[in-house]
Design a protein around this ligand. Structure first.
Ligand SMILES: [Mn+2]
Length: 260
């Protein structure tokens, strides 16, 4: 299968400790294209789309690790997807289903859990966790360069696809997200939330993996209050980001992914 990995990274230490250590990238099985210094994810990812040519692009965070053999799982999932919906636009490791269920499975260091249902077939989603977003170039879908900063682009691009009658799916792609503990939602998050609320007012509510984007916007206040009141509990769930990703993959039983 012909695909490339794209990453917008501002930190070589995190990149080299995680994504760049993924066997398929380290061993040169798959190309890694890096974007640096962009003002937003949308700008970075559109630049990467223009700079690459593979028919399938895997956009990944620098704190993501693809266990050995991940590419065989991706090939299997894409084959299932092609059979189910040859016009598919997007695929991902973690997303929020149309019924609000969380579709995985992925490891998240920030909460010390394997999260997400394990779907036995491609399952349609309304948003992705931005850790991994897989785009079929022929769909013609691009990121929104006007969406500010680094949040909610996984919800925006799915909603763009759906507005054009195309579909986004999540499925079983076991992946490590070695993400740090998340502080309470800050101003840059609020800016994205308000942008999405205005842009998609006719398609609300939309559920991202961490918040409901509603017409009233009350969910923003509710989440911020909830996050502050549970700060200590959430901080204790995090395992930190110092564990080697190979070790995390091993603990999850994902040392060697194969497809028969
Ligand atoms: Mn991340």
């Amino acid at each position: 299968m012909n695909f490339e990995v794209v990453c917008a990274s501002h930190n070589d230490t995190i990149l080299n400790a995680n994504l760049a250590r993924s066997p398929m990238l380290r061993d040169g099985l798959v190309k890694l294209h890096l974007e640096r210094g962009a003002p937003s994810a949308g700008v970075a990812y559109n630049a990467a789309l223009d700079a690459t040519s593979a028919p399938i692009i895997v956009f990944a965070h620098h704190d993501v690790y693809f266990p050995k053999g991940w590419e065989t799982q991706l090939a299997a999932r894409i084959a299932e997807l092609d059979a189910h919906d040859p016009n598919w636009a997007l695929f991902g490791s973690f997303g929020v289903g149309l019924d609000h269920s969380h579709i995985g499975p992925v490891w998240s260091s920030s909460i010390g859990l394997i999260v997400g249902r394990v779907p036995v077939a491609p399952t349609e989603v309304q948003s992705f966790d931005e850790m991994v977003i897989i785009l079929r170039r022929a769909s013609g879908i691009r990121f929104d360069a006007d969406l500010p900063g680094w949040h909610m682009y996984g919800t925006d691009i799915v909603t763009q696809a759906r507005a054009k009658g195309l579909h986004a799916y999540a499925g079983a792609l076991p992946t490590i997200h070695n993400d740090r503990y998340h502080d309470a939602l800050k101003e840059d998050f609020v800016e994205c939330y308000q942008y999405m609320r205005r842009k998609w007012r006719d398609r609300l509510p939309l559920r991202t993996p961490i918040i409901k984007i509603s017409r009233s916007g009350l969910h923003l206040l509710r989440n911020r209050w909830r996050d502050r009141s549970s700060e200590e509990f959430r901080a204790n769930m995090s395992v930190g980001i110092h564990h080697p990703p190979e070790r995390l993959a091993e603990l999850c039983g994902w040392s060697e992914l194969t497809h028969n």
